[in-house]
Ligand binder design. Structure first.
Ligand SMILES: C[S@@+](CC[C@H](N)C(=O)[O-])C[C@H]1O[C@@H](n2cnc3c(N)ncnc32)[C@H](O)[C@@H]1O
Length: 215
């Protein structure tokens, strides 16, 4: 995946190339890609995904062992947000872009019965996959909602921790992602996110490519 700056967000496609327009078409491309990933993440990224990805990123082996095969099959995180700080029993946690639900599952175990874990995702198929993946698990403290934009459907000062894993780079509205995350965090709350950043200028053909948003 590549991370593109906000100024590209006001562009959209002409024959697969970014030109003037809105965010809608970028979101359509993201949804199309992640509808496919919801079936299986295998072979759809340039980094390890699934069980291999979770192992490589240092997730707790005992938690990987507990996760159902579906949670691991759809896992496509780029890092490990849980390595950045402790989630405590009783915490209220938001997973911004929860995908197939593996990070929700991990957060649910850490927050415990006295905590609450909320997942939001842009892609209907991913929301459905997360619901299916978690239906057999003992995860009564989880709720999942589909969203249509970067707006977070929760009140100000709701969460102790917001986690996110490979999501903000996909967004055409990065400033809104951060302002929304800060809005829903309680005072003193934390954001723990893993993501992809661009270190060098992209070559012209990639910089103008709509498909590059989701790679
Ligand atoms: C790399 S995956 C997340 C992996 C996930 N944490 C897991 O445990 O498998 C990225 C997810 O972000 C979602 N997404 C992209 N843009 C979003 C946005 N603006 N708001 C919410 N979700 C978004 C995609 O639909 C996709 O499911």
């Amino acid at each position: 995946m590549v991370c593109q700056p906000d100024q590209h967000a006001s562009t959209t496609r002409e024959s697969g190339v970014l030109s003037s327009g809105g965010f809608g078409e970028i979101r359509s491309v993201i949804r199309k890609k992640y509808a496919e990933v919801a079936v299986s993440a295998e072979g759809k990224f340039q980094y390890p995904v699934g069980r291999d990805g979770a192992n490589a990123l240092g997730y707790d082996p005992a938690v990987i062992q507990k996760a159902g095969p579906g949670l691991l099959e759809s896992f496509c995180g780029v890092g490990n947000p849980f390595s950045l700080g402790e989630i405590r029993q009783g915490d209220v946690v938001l997973d911004f872009g929860c995908g197939g639900g593996f990070d929700l599952f991990v957060a649910s175990l850490l927050a415990g019965d006295s905590g609450r874990v909320c997942g939001i995702d842009l892609t209907e198929e991913m929301v459905k996959r997360a619901e299916d993946n978690l239906s057999g698990a003992d995860t009564a403290n989880i709720e999942i909602r589909k969203v249509d934009s970067e707006d977070i459907p929760y009140a100000d000062n709701t969460f102790d921790v917001v986690i996110s894993n490979g999501v903000i780079n996909l967004s055409p509205g990065k400033s809104t992602c951060f302002s929304e995350i800060y809005r829903v965090l309680k005072p003193g709350g934390r954001i723990q996110f893993a993501d992809v950043v661009l270190e060098n200028e992209l070559p012209g053909d990639l910089a103008g490519s709509l498909d590059a948003w989701s790679q």
